[in-house]
Design a protein around this ligand. Sequence first.
Ligand code: SF4
Length: 318
Amino acid sequence: MPQENQTIEGLDPAVTLAQAAGLAEHLQRIGVQWLPVADPDSAAALAEQLRFADGGSPEQGSEPASELASAPPAVSPPTAPPAAAPPPATAAVAGSAGAVPPSPAGTAPAFSLQSDSADPTEPYPGPSLAPDARAAELAKCSEQVAACTRCEILSQCRTKTVFGEGNVAPRVVFFGEGPGREEDLSGRPFVGKAGQLLTKMIGACKFAREDVYIMNTVKCRPPNNRNPEPTEIENCREFFQAQFEILRPEYIVCLGLVSAQALLCTKLSVGRLRGKFHQYFDSKVLVTYHPSYLLRNPAAKKAAWDDLQLMLRDAGLM
Ligand code: SF4
């Protein structure tokens, strides 16, 4: 810790302050109680304590420290509340998936679920769990998924369900569409060619795959890699909502149209949704292109990188 009036050479005060505030917020989110709240007052106090260059004044061209903490990029609340449909286990649905069978007796979810009345503009309901408890809840949820037959076609076609994997206390969750052939065979998300590109995208963010959590909207492979039907997404909503409620990431990166529209309950295009933050409970949601799309349209990679940089800047990671 520097002494009074001592500056820290080689550090960008703005970047360091944003990183400190982001770290504090993340640790608080995963249940670490002793850190100061990452609010403007705490951030300003931190800046004062550290006595950055110019005795606490921001460098030329940078924003004031207090504004860094208090003025994050604009966050759009969800355009509509989460679907008010009844829980998938009892909902009557139309379409190729047919009516949803009730949950088998004795298989009621052991994990906590968001209620239909939960307001996605509010913080996640209930307390944040410690990592061990999160892992246990996710394991229970994964068992439910493995036994799930709500989608008649998908449950008959799948080889393995693909629940998701990664850090159970992540800053970032990457949220895709559904398993492909490789994922169906392995039971792991994003392990095919698109997965290799996603791994590179994660690496470009200076993360390892193990640092983040990766999951899909539907947990079973649609035949011939077709898009999941709306009814299938609704059938699986209970599961991905539970995952987010357990994980409570700081950021959710929606990869492609299906996951973005499912999470944000919108019909807008990726082009309309990307380039800004949306809100899902107290997670900031970023929408970008799916790696499969980027493989087919390499020219869109720059736009995807721009999206990720938006998150990295907001997180104080660049
Ligand atoms: S996609 Fe989801 S809801 Fe449908 S059968 Fe698979 S796990 Fe169940």
